[in-house]
Ligand binder design. Structure first.
Ligand SMILES: NC(=O)c1ccc[n+]([C@@H]2O[C@H](COP(=O)([O-])OP(=O)(O)OC[C@H]3O[C@@H](n4cnc5c(N)ncnc54)[C@H](OP(=O)(O)O)[C@@H]3O)[C@@H](O)[C@H]2O)c1
Length: 298
C-alpha cells in the first residue's frame, strides 16, 4: 500500500486548491440550460426581452438590435421575447434575424393581445417566420380565458409552444385559474429579487402543470440597479456574481423552476453582462436567503 507522507499531503492539498475554479474559470464553462417541462427540449437560461427597447424601426434601432442579438447568439443564448404590442419590435427583430440568416439559432417568443388570426398573421409577417417557437396570450385578466384558439394554431404547426403572461399581481388569481384549466407550455411572470410574489403562487403551480417559466422584469424595470447604485457586490457573492446584473439574475436562476430569464436591453455590453449569469456557479439556498436580506435591508 502506498503511504502518503505529510509532505505529499501538503503538495496534494495545494494542488487541489489550485484546481478549484475561480469565478473567471467557471465563467468559461458551458452555459446553463433548462429543459422545457413539456418536451425536455433544452433552452439557454438567459434570453432577451424587447419591451420598449426596439420600439421604432429606424437604422439606429436596427444596428443596436443586430449587435445585441449577435452578442446573445455568440454567447450561446437563444430566447428572444417580444409582443405584437411592443411598437415596431417584431419588425426590427424580423429584419435583423433575416439579414443575419439566424432564424434557426433563435427561439422566438411573441405575444398576442387576443386570440385573433389577423394579429397572428401580422406577427408572423413582421417576424419573417412561418412558425413561432412560443406564442403567448398577453396579460391574462380573466379566470375563464381559453387557449383553445392557440392550441388549434399549435396543432396546425404555426407555433411550437403556447403560453400565458402577466406582470400584474391583481391578475395572479386569473393566471392561476388559466394555468390550471389550460395547462399551457409556458407562463411568463414578473419575478425579481425584490418582487417574489410569483415564488409563492405561480412557480409551484407551474411545476404542477409542467409549464416552463419565463421571468419578465427580472430587474424590476431597472429598479434593482437604482437600489444598489454606488454599492459594491458583497464579498460573499463574488464567487458566483461578477456584476450586479449577474447577482440579480442568478438569484432567479438558482430556482430550478425558472426556465429562462429575459432581461430587456438595447445595449450589447449589458447583453454580454447578462449572459454571464448563465455561466459558473449559482448561489446555494443560504446565499439566496442572504441575497433577499441584503436587498431588503438597503
Ligand atoms: N406582461 C408581460 O408579458 C410583460 C410585461 C413586462 C415585461 N415583459 C418582458 O420582460 C422583459 C424584461 O422587462 P423590462 O425590459 O421591462 O425590464 P427589466 O429587464 O427588469 O429591466 C430593464 C432595465 O435594466 C437595464 N439593464 C439591462 N441589463 C443591464 C445591465 N447588465 N446593467 C445595467 N442595466 C441593465 C436596462 O437598461 P439598458 O437598456 O440601458 O440596458 C433597462 O433599463 C421585457 O423586455 C419583456 O420582454 C413582459
Amino acid at each position: 500500500m502506498t503511504r502518503i507522507t505529510r509532505r505529499d499531503f501538503t503538495v496534494l492539498a495545494a494542488a487541489a486548491l489550485l484546481a478549484r475554479p475561480t469565478f473567471a474559470q467557471t465563467n468559461a464553462a458551458a452555459p446553463i440550460t433548462r429543459a422545457i417541462p413539456g418536451t425536455g427540449e433544452r433552452v439557454p437560461a438567459v434570453g432577451l426581452g424587447t419591451a420598449s427597447v426596439f420600439d421604432s424601426d429606424d437604422d439606429q434601432t436596427q444596428r443596436a438590435a443586430a449587435q445585441v442579438i449577435r452578442t446573445l447568439v455568440d454567447a450561446g443564448g437563444r430566447l428572444i421575447d417580444t409582443a405584437s404590442s411592443y411598437g415596431d419590435a417584431e419588425s426590427v427583430l424580423g429584419n435583423v434575424i433575416a439579414a443575419a440568416g439566424s432564424r434557426d439559432k433563435v427561439f422566438i417568443a411573441t405575444k398576442l393581445e387576443e386570440p385573433d388570426a389577423a394579429e397572428l398573421k401580422r406577427s408572423l409577417a413582421r417576424l419573417k417566420t412561418a412558425k413561432l417557437d412560443l406564442l403567448q396570450l398577453h396579460n391574462v385578466r380573466e379566470p375563464q380565458q381559453s387557449l383553445a384558439q392557440f392550441k388549434g394554431w399549435k396543432a396546425q404547426g404555426l407555433c411550437r409552444y403556447i403560453g400565458i403572461t402577466s406582470t400584474s399581481h391583481h391578475a395572479f388569481a386569473a393566471v392561476e385559474a388559466v394555468l390550471g384549466h389550460e395547462k399551457p407550455d409556458f407562463v411568463q411572470i414578473d419575478y425579481s429579487l425584490d418582487d417574489r410574489e410569483a415564488e409563492k403562487r405561480i412557480l409551484p403551480l407551474a411545476g404542477e402543470v409542467k409549464a416552463g417559466v419565463l421571468t419578465a422584469l427580472p430587474f424590476g424595470r431597472g429598479r434593482l440597479f437604482r437600489a444598489v447604485r454606488g454599492k459594491a457586490i458583497p464579498d460573499w457573492a463574488k464567487d458566483f456574481a461578477g456584476s450586479w446584473a449577474q447577482f440579480f439574475l442568478k438569484y432567479l436562476l438558482a430556482d430550478e423552476r425558472v426556465t429562462t430569464v429575459i432581461p430587456g436591453t438595447s445595449n450589447p455590453a449589458h447583453m454580454a453582462d447578462n449572459l454571464g449569469a448563465m455561466r459558473g456557479r449559482l448561489p446555494d439556498p443560504d446565499q439566496r436567503k442572504r441575497m433577499v436580506d441584503f436587498i431588503g435591508n438597503l
